[in-house]
Design a protein around this ligand. Structure first.
Ligand SMILES: Nc1ncnc2c1ncn2[C@@H]1O[C@H](COP(=O)(O)OP(=O)(O)O)[C@@H](O)[C@H]1O
Ligand SMILES: [Mg+2]
Length: 313
């Protein structure tokens, strides 16, 4: 086993009376994606800030690429890239200029900096927009530029703090593909997110934070197995139709749960064929289905399954 790129042991961080992190332990191997999942205020950014040497831990230890973040911050900074919610892109200058400047700051020669900027612009599909001011970029382009900036120094570890929050689905999918590409080059990625689906898609290991504590950790599949599955929400015309549908489904051996407020019933979809069975049973009996949506489990379902109140503000 190679040494983990990230080793966090009993980490704690307080801001005055606020315990932002308590007793957090985790590791991430070379070339692995660690997903840190949690709602606003869970402690995700605090964890990233400590690992990226932007904040000091109050208790415990954290090592990045074998270096202690408190004692060897300089060595850590030379090996990491960071893309935060509030990235340091200069909006007034072009995408290319941002990359050139960063490369020069990191000690590249003019020629090396130019080559690296071209390479990254190309890899992130920004060549055409390279000479436009970054402030004019769309949300998706801007995130791609953020990511490119984080990669200028060819980091061993890349921290992505909520890289897809607020992005449209297409840009989000594009970013996921980029992350997958990075990992294939051996980069370790630590990614924070509020989306279970994102952690599931990208991460090898997931740590769930709530109120600064690790409340669950493991492979995404294990985590999902513990919280159940996708569900179908079937909207009916009225309560009478819901009662009828419940009877019909029960007769077909399908358990459904009525919504306490709306004329909607929910059915867990554990296996691929389950949705067909639901539709077939309802169609045969003829209750009025107004709408049917399939929902993926969310972070709230994870918290619920862990008997943790969702700490959403
Ligand atoms: N600089 C700070 N000063 C005081 N409290 C902070 C500071 N940074 C974060 N906190 C608090 O620590 C907790 C965790 O915040 P944060 O790490 O930003 O969570 P997340 O990134 O998951 O939304 C929150 O209660 C937040 O208000
Ligand atoms: Mg945050």
């Amino acid at each position: 086993m190679p040494r983990p790129r990230i080793e966090v042991t009993r980490l704690g961080k307080s801001y005055g009376p606020v315990a932002a992190l308590t007793d957090v332990s985790l590791t991430a191997a070379p070339g692995a994606v660690l997903g840190v999942l949690g709602h606003n205020g869970a402690g995700k950014t605090t964890l990233i800030d400590i690992l990226a040497t932007r904040a000091l831990p109050s208790t415990g230890t954290a090592r990045v690429c074998g270096f202690d973040v408190t004692r060897s911050g300089h060595q850590v900074r030379g090996r990491i890239g960071l893309t935060s919610q509030y990235a340091s892109v200069d909006e007034a200058v072009s995408g290319r200029a941002n990359l050139l400047l960063l490369a020069r700051l990191l000690g590249a020669s003019r020629r090396q900096a130019t080559a690296r900027a071209e390479e990254l612009l190309d890899a992130f599909g920004l060549t055409e927009a390279a000479d436009r001011a970054a402030g004019t970029y769309s949300g998706g382009m801007r995130r791609r530029l953020d990511l490119a900036c984080g990669l200028v120094g060819r980091p061993e570890v890349l921290f992505l703090d909520e890289p897809t929050t607020g992005l449209d689905p297409v840009s989000r999918a594009g970013l996921w593909a980029l992350v997958a590409g990075l990992v294939s080059h051996g980069t370790t990625v630590v990614l924070t997110t509020q989306y279970l689906e994102e952690a599931d898609r990208l991460a090898d290991e997931v740590v769930v934070l709530a109120g600064g504590h690790v409340v669950a950790a493991g492979a995404p599949a294990t985590l999902k197995a513990g919280i159940g599955s996708r569900a179908a929400a079937v909207r009916m015309s009225d309560e009478r139709a819901v009662r009828h549908a419940l009877g019909v489904l029960a007769y077909a051996g399908i358990r459904a749960t009525p919504d306490p407020v709306e004329p909607v019933l929910r059915v867990a979809l554990a296996r691929p064929g389950d949705i067909t069975a639901v539709v077939r049973a309802l169609d045969a009996a003829g209750p009025d289905i107004l709408d049917l949506t399939v929902t993926e489990p969310t972070l709230d379902d994870v918290y619920l399954a862990l008997h943790h109140e969702s700490p959403r503000p």
